[in-house]
Design a protein around this ligand. Sequence first.
Ligand SMILES: *Cc1c(COP(=O)(O)O)cnc(C)c1O
Length: 406
Amino acid sequence: MSEPAPTATPHTEALLGRYERSLLGVFGRPQLVLEHGEGAWVWDVDGRRYLDLVGGLAVNALGHNHPALVAAVSKQAGQLVHVSNFYTSVPQVELAERILRVAGAPDGSAVFFCNSGAEAVEAAVKLARRTGRTGIVAAEGAFHGRTTGALALTHKPQFREPFEPLLPGVVHVPWGDVDALRAVVGAGTSAVVLEPIKGEGGVVPAGTDFLRAARDLTTEAGALLVLDEIQTGVGRTGSWFAFQQAGVVPDAMTLAKGLGGGLPIGALVTFGPDVTALLAAGQHGSTFGGNPLACAAGLAVLDTIDSEGLLDHVRAVGAHLARRVLGTGDPRVTGVRGAGLLRAVTLAGEWAPAVATHARDAGLILNPVAPDAIRLAPPLVVTTEQLDLFVDALPGLLDAATEETR
Ligand SMILES: *Cc1c(COP(=O)(O)O)cnc(C)c1O
């Protein structure tokens, strides 16, 4: 684990140099130049193999190069890629129906398709505005995207401050604090927007009590409860959507990330006819949103989650991972947060960035979501044996990381 990184990386070095001369620097220097993948494995341009336990940030739900996704996208690409929203297509109608069905959404519910998570949040913000109110309550540590509207709901000061003033009327309450929520939700509140599990905020579950309180308080105040399931949705936590485990039905839900299995697609789902009626013809739109190619990918993802029994699989392997990590009894590991295959391994020190760097050199892709927390959001098809490769490597990675930061 502690051997130095291989140095013979000619293609990687050359491409990173070209990257830095041609791409805007908002992401910093990329860690790898990836070329192809298979399941939970990816290979870089110098032929090195990595176990991808981040899955394109909870996006590659079926892993890389899944035959069902490849077939669906290839077939659709040979039929129609885009038609504009003057027209519709079979994949668009079918995907909307399928999402509503697996969400258990009541009659009168509806789907708006867009191309990313932030766009889904923007649609939710406009939906909320149509209540005639302007207040939005979000949570401390929340991440809802980078466009200027969504950014107003995102909490992290480093993301927000360079762009203020942002959309007015947004307040952030401490995570999980029911009293704080009760104090701010009222007659001016259009919506409370929450992630069932804060993803970028460190994989921290909201908890059933907080979600139920948010449901009750928004109902009493006549405000919308919007659940941002962009990271938690589409099987990630072991149910189709995380809200289904909390027994809380939202007024609206945002989706993206895993929905397209890697193709860009986002969605706003409105629950019930009253919420659906808030956005009328002409009040929102998207050129690319709901194009047949992305929708065919979404259908392949939902079909495959069904046909491969991936919800049960996610619950089983997610529990296995948590059990094995805690079973190491390593005092440097303080816990495992999250659900299904959205997990953070929490550490007794700020070693996560160094663990991730050493892991990469050892052929494992991990995400240091916080200084003391390693996020895993692998493809839903990841096996117990693959997760065990991580658990078995963890003590050595921690040795290397703690050595360095001593
Ligand atoms: C990733 C994410 C977003 C933003 O999605 P983009 O596709 O990057 O715009 C919004 N909300 C949550 C919870 C996310 O995890």
